[in-house]
Design a protein around this ligand. Structure first.
Ligand SMILES: Nc1ncnc2c1ncn2[C@@H]1O[C@H](COP(=O)(O)OP(=O)(O)OP(=O)(O)O)[C@@H](O)[C@H]1O
Ligand SMILES: [Zn+2]
Ligand SMILES: [Zn+2]
Length: 846
């Protein structure tokens, strides 16, 4: 079929360009161009990169008024057609532009920019200079200054140079170069250039064999002894060798080999190689374990769907150490046997080197790792292995959900409750939703695994009310190694203070660490990084200032010395004495890993502490090194933030201490109880996973808080029951959906007015549609709008921020309403400084 026209999404980030543009397809591209192809197209006066959305036989527009596609950038389109469809869906679901969705799917190496090239103008081109023929150029009628002539000669000799190169070669002569282009003596073309090239090596092989080889060997003169040697060597080896290897083995020069090639006796070729970030690592092989009865049930359910090529979503609720990872490995093995591919999503790949080890150990070279700390080139090569079908498994963080596999059979999402699955920048997608959508496209299975499933997933599984997302709940309650879940003790830090202990370590935790030091066992100490110095708490009674309307803690604002609610805008002056008990020990709260480290050194002279936080893990591979050191027992204590909470499996860890459990609890977020419960469960799960029994101390000022109490009893169900009740009363997810709209502007008074304007419009429109009304009233479809209020971070990079929150339920297309209202506001106000960002299903309310 002959296509004459393509619809292309151009890489120009603006509201006006968020629609496809039509381009003619030149004859030479017929048969090559496909949906998902990356192209260079003229746009205005520039050349920009774009992606082909669709191909058409006929054009609606006048072809004479359309421009042709200039370049086809890859032999194989970087995006298979299903990902282009996915981008369309994302654009509607998350109110983002098509181009931002498409860009999220390809490695940054392919985010090419136009490069400007300079060559001699072809005669007859542009405002050509008549007689100026290529060779007659410097003869008479053209008057070039000596400097100009120098530039022209240089360009002629080079054939084609980049403008950057030319300017650098002739510093201070930009005027002349521009003049030559304007007069049509030099021509400028733009071509898209990728940031990273494929890496190649030169290889050599003999190009003759049999009798021809004999004849060739006989033909060398005495002076060409070295050439003969090379050919003999190549014939003997019989397979292509890297040029480097030939040179170093025989001690010959590249010139010798090239002469041999010129005679036609040898062939030199560029062969693509893949940068392999794990090439120096040996992974210990592992074989499938015999499944426990619980694992068997899960395995059976998932493989049934896999074998039938059906779509199915499973929520695997398994306690820490119940063998979820082993189930992932075995179901993936089945998926590969069926000739299909699998994606494994983990929260932040850099946080779980152990995870990579387990997958590489089981599947070896079949695994591509999409690691955020790989170089651009390494990441590009891992991605190409997937696109070219060289691997069957991709493991990575959030964005690995876009791995361009042809026949996806299974997507595993480990720790499915983790907030890092939501991208905070545009496109603000959630990898869970994307995974489910992709799996539906491919007729694939999804396993969402967690010891503490998100309330959204759990509720969806229990209620089976949502047609798009109704996972089947599967449970694993036993640990295969027979070890019991550790005993968890809650330590009331208010009592410690009352008894005169002002240290950050309670007496029990202190004793615990001391006894581990004596016994040569290990301790993990956990400190929450969320919520430093943001909330106000009384150290005597544990009172925390909260909003009377919203049931969340108030945030302390140092500058104005007041406490504010980030949901509704409520504000009070910061108290100097506790309103509950009158104590003066009321202050804003926070503590850091370095302080803890210092105190440990004071209390336990000679203690070996391995500190793992943002400061100690900036370097590539530092994570692995620290964990390796701890595994080799070069440290008594592993002290860290979130990083120590996940996935670690060390046999000698028998004590886990949580320094201050409340820090997460008082974060101004309706999910703070859920997050606290999840974290405490995760951290506690690090102790006593093998033969030695484990013990956990949770230090807190709120020992009665339900999230802490239930976590200490390993009681997910009771926690969920209580938390769901709260959510229901306050109309928070999963009982409603949220859209967070943030408006920002350089000038505060203007912003305030615009934010009120926008919110007013939104209300009016919703009212006209009959949607608007309190969620309290009994209606299947309802929508409420809160705000505008100043954002929790009221100014970023000198831009003021206001937000408004849309809460809704039912089948209303609130996303579209918000998007259209935002577009209308921007259109109407025509203020270049105003930005409106829309976050659908927000995880962070900042
Ligand atoms: N069928 C089995 N037989 C024997 N040992 C097993 C089996 N399945 C898993 N294990 C072992 O049990 C331990 C815990 O398993 P795994 O790490 O898979 O659990 P998990 O649920 O993924 O844990 P977490 O949620 O804490 O990350 C591991 O040491 C693993 O090798
Ligand atoms: Zn008090
Ligand atoms: Zn409030």
């Amino acid at each position: 079929m002959k296509y004459s026209m393509a619809k292309v999404i151009v890489d120009v980030p603006s509201r006006e360009t968020d629609r496809p543009f039509d381009y003619l397809i030149p004859d030479g591209m017929q048969g090559w161009i496909e949906v998902g192809s990356r192209v260079g197209v003229p746009f205005g006066r520039r050349t920009v990169q774009g992606f082909v959305l669709s191909l058409h036989e006929h054009t609606e527009l006048d072809p004479r008024r359309m421009k042709p596609i200039q370049e086809l950038l890859d032999l194989v389109p970087p995006l298979p057609a299903d990902l282009v469809k996915l981008a369309e869906w994302m654009s509607g679901k998350y109110a983002c532009s098509m181009i931002s969705a498409l860009q999220a799917m390809i490695p940054s190496a392919l985010k090419g920019k136009a490069e400007r090239y300079i060559s001699l103008a072809e005669p007859g081109e542009e405002e050509s200079i008549g007689e100026a023929e290529a060779d007659g150029l410097f003869a008479a009628p053209l008057l070039l200054t000596g400097e100009e002539e120098e530039i022209v000669r240089y360009v002629q000799a080079s054939g084609q140079v980049t403008l950057d190169h030319l300017s650098a070669h002739f510093p201070g002569r930009a005027g002349e170069i521009k003049g030559l282009i304007a007069r049509g003596i030099l021509a400028e073309t733009q071509m898209i250039k990728d940031k990273v090239r494929k890496k190649t090596v030169k290889t050599v092989a003999a190009a003759v064999s049999g009798e021809a080889a004999e004849a060739a060997l006989a033909s060398f003169s005495a002076q060409a002894k070295r050439q003969k040697e090379v050919l003999e060597f190549l014939l003997e080896v019989g397979v292509p060798l890297s040029l480097q290897e030939v040179l170093s083995t025989l001690g010959v020069t590249a010139g010798t080999v090239h002469k041999l090639a010129e005679k036609g006796f040898a062939a030199i070729t560029d062969v693509e190689v893949f940068r392999d970030p794990y090439k120096d690592r040996r992974f210990k092989g592992s074989a499938p374990l015999v499944r426990t009865p619980e694992q068997e049930v899960v395995y059976g359910n998932v493989t049934e769907v896999l074998d039938a090529r059906q779509h199915g979503v499973f929520l695997l609720h398994g306690v820490t150490g119940s063998g979820k990872t082993e189930v992932y490995l075995q179901t993936i093995e089945r998926c590969i046997e069926l000739g299909r591919q699998a994606i494994v999503l983990v929260p932040e790949i850099s946080l779980t080197p152990q995870m990579v080890e387990r997958f590489k150990g089981r599947f070896g070279g079949k695994v591509a790792v999409m690691h955020s700390r790989l170089s651009t080139g390494e990441r590009y090569d891992e991605w190409r292995k997937i696109r070219e079908g060289r691997v069957q498994v991709a493991i990575g963080a959030r964005s690995a959900v876009f791995a361009p596999f042809a026949d996806l059979g299974l997507i595993v999402m480990d720790e499915e409750h983790e907030t890092s699955y939501k991208q905070e920048e545009t496109p603000k997608y959630h990898a869970r939703d994307v995974a489910v959508f992709r799996a539906r496209q491919h007729g694939a299975a999804v396993i969402l695994g967690s010891a503490t499933p998100s309330l959204e997933s759990y509720h969806a599984a229990r209620s089976q009310a949502d047609d798009d997302f109704a996972p089947l709940l599967l449970e694993m309650k036993q640990r295969p190694l027979g070890s019991r879940l550790p005993g968890v003790h809650i330590v009331d830090m208010r009592e410690e203070l009352r008894d005169g202990n002002r240290s950050m370590f309670s007496r029990k935790l202190h004793e615990g660490i001391a006894s581990r030091l004596e016994r040569g066992e290990q301790t993990v100490l956990f400190l929450n990084r969320r919520g430093y110095s943001t909330f106000v708490m009384c150290r005597t009674c544990g009172y925390v200032a909260g909003c009377p309307e919203c049931d969340i803690s108030l945030t302390y604002h140092q500058k104005s010395n007041n406490l504010r609610c980030h949901y509704c805008g409520y504000a009070v002056p910061a108290p100097s004495v506790c309103p509950e008990c009158g104590s003066e020990h009321i202050r804003y709260f926070g503590t850091g890993t370095q302080r803890v480290e210092g105190e440990l050194a004071k209390l336990f002279p000679g203690i070996r502490v391995i500190r793992m936080d943002v400061d100690t893990t900036t370097e590539k591979g530092s994570h692995e090194k620290l964990l390796q050191a701890f595994r080799e027992k070069k440290g008594d204590v592993l002290l860290g933030t979130q990083m120590v909470a996940k996935g670690l499996d060390f046999p000698d860890v028998t004590l886990v201490g949580v320094i201050a459990a409340d820090t997460a609890l008082n974060f101004p977020d309706f999910r703070s109880a859920e997050k606290t419960f999840q974290l405490l469960t995760q951290v506690a799960g690090r102790a006593g996973r093998h033969q030695l029994p484990g013990e956990v101390f949770i230090q807190t000022y709120m020992p009665d808080h339900y999230s802490i109490v239930h976590a200490s009893r390993h009681d997910y169900l009771s926690f969920v029951r209580e938390e769901l009740n709260h959510r229901k009363t306050l109309h928070y997810p999963p009982y409603s959906k949220l859209i967070l709209v943030t408006l920002s502007h350089e000038q505060l008074p203007l912003l305030l007015r615009m934010a009120e304007n926008f919110t007013g419009d939104l209300r009016a429109k919703a009212q006209r549609l009959g949607w608007f009304g309190s969620l309290d009233r009994f209606a299947a479809d309802a929508l409420d709008i809160l705000g505008p209020v100043a954002s929790p971070i009221p100014r970023i990079k000198n831009r003021y921020r206001f937000q408004c929150m849309v809460k809704y339920r039912g089948t209303l297309d609130a996303v579209r309403l918000v998007r259209e209202t935002a577009a209308a506001t921007l259109e109407q106000l025509k203020d270049a400084s105003l930005q409106i960002s829309i976050d659908v299903d927000p995880q962070m309310l900042m």
